[in-house]
Ligand binder design. Structure first.
Ligand code: MRU
Length: 355
């Protein structure tokens, strides 16, 4: 995607350095972080310098390749295994993290010696990133026919190109439709506590010239009930074999209200987000993050100076589940790189077989 006239991916490898757009500083500052060790890369995933399931996966793949480049010949295997364990422990819900690490570990495991393993790990991480771009573009092509001229579309969190390597998942059909001349209005849920909707989704849609309005998290139900939203589409962090979807906290309640009001609720994700080893959403681990994310908001003042602001009494405690699970029955369809599937085990077994 283009930022201020320059094409960017969210993450890439430059020799032994992982480069990534620092999403914690958006929308106010656009900077590229340079992560010079796999430990810095793991911290960047954990601290959400990068976020969004496919972007987490690609970053982890580069982090593991980076570890292979760092590892000494003697003790190579144990160094890489420790790096894999560190990266695996960064974010528990996004399936793409485990998919990516398994892939890079597989090629490392097949290599005859450390030099071969280093080269194979870098190649695999680059291929994984390229495949993510292609999959997200295919999601865009497969989902764009759902979007008709004049529609108002609700989305939650950020499932745009920032959440992937490029194109996005939920926003990819919007980008493809918009480039085909389809006029859409996007309502971006603010998405507390980290506000990925107001900070990231609004920013990237504005970069692409798509009409977007931010709404407070608790406004969607009212607008759905009034018939002011034609379609909802979100991304996913992990999809179980029966079509249940784990995604950013708040997705579940939007899906239920959309269903109650007869508005189709779609979920868009590449195949790397599906976890066929999870029979249902109850098997998906749900991350709980630090309470400070709920109690403190960050932004800039009128002069562009950043501030953190307490929004609860000193000493208040908070709960911060980062994801929820939407049962498959509320989902109108799963938009994937392989086509649009019903959210049920029978339809998804075809997708499992395709992989
Ligand atoms: O906590 P985050 O920002 O990593 O959560 C991101 C989401 O929930 C996205 O909706 C999801 O990863 C889909 S990304 C294309």
């Amino acid at each position: 995607m283009i930022v201020n006239g320059t094409p960017y991916r969210t993450v890439w490898l430059d020799e032994r350095t992982v480069c990534a757009i620092d999403q914690r500083r958006l929308p106010h500052t656009f900077t590229i972080a340079r992560l010079s060790t796999h430990r810095e890369t793991a911290a960047a995933i954990r601290d959400m310098l990068v976020r969004g399931a496919p972007c987490i996966g690609a970053t982890a793949a580069y982090g593991l390749a980076q570890a292979a480049l760092e590892a000494p010949d003697s003790g190579f295997a144990s160094y890489v295994r420790a790096a894999e364990a560190l990266l695996r422990a960064t974010r528990p819900t996004a399936q793409n993290l485990f998919f990516a690490l398994d892939r890079v570990m597989r090629v490392i495991g097949r290599a005859a010696n450390p030099a071969e393993a280093r080269a194979a790990a870098v190649t695999e991480a680059n291929e994984l990133a390229d495949e993510d771009v292609a999959a997200c573009k295919a999601i865009g092509d497969n989902g764009a026919p759902l979007l008709k001229d004049g529609m108002t579309v609700l989305t939650h969190c950020n499932a745009g190109w920032l959440a992937t390597v490029d194109w996005g998942t939920a926003l990819a059909p919007i980008y493809v439709a918009a480039r085909n001349g389809v006029k859409l209005t996007v309502l971006a849920d603010e998405t507390r506590p980290r506000s990925q909707g107001s900070k990231l989704t609004a920013w990237e849609l504005m970069q692409e010239g798509v009409d977007v309005q931010v709404i407070a998290d608790n406004a969607a139900g009212f607008l759905l009930h009034r018939g002011e939203i034609d379609l909802c589409i979100t991304g996913a962090d992990r999809i179980a074999a029966n079509g249940d979807v784990a995604n950013k906290i708040g997705t579940y309640e939007k899906a239920v209200v959309a269903h109650a009001n007869g508005v189709p609720f779609y979920v868009a994700a590449p195949r790397s987000t599906f976890d066929f080893a999870c029979a249902t959403g109850a098997d998906i681990p749900i991350e709980e993050r630090d309470q400070s994310e709920v109690l403190v908001v960050s932004g800039v003042d009128a002069d562009g100076v950043p501030h953190d602001v307490m929004i609860a009494p000193a000493g208040a405690r908070a709960r911060n589940p980062a994801f929820d699970v939407t049962p498959a029955r509320y989902i109108a369809g799963l938009v994937t790189d392989e086509g649009v599937f019903d959210a049920d085990s029978r339809a998804l077994s075809r997708l499992a077989d395709a992989g």
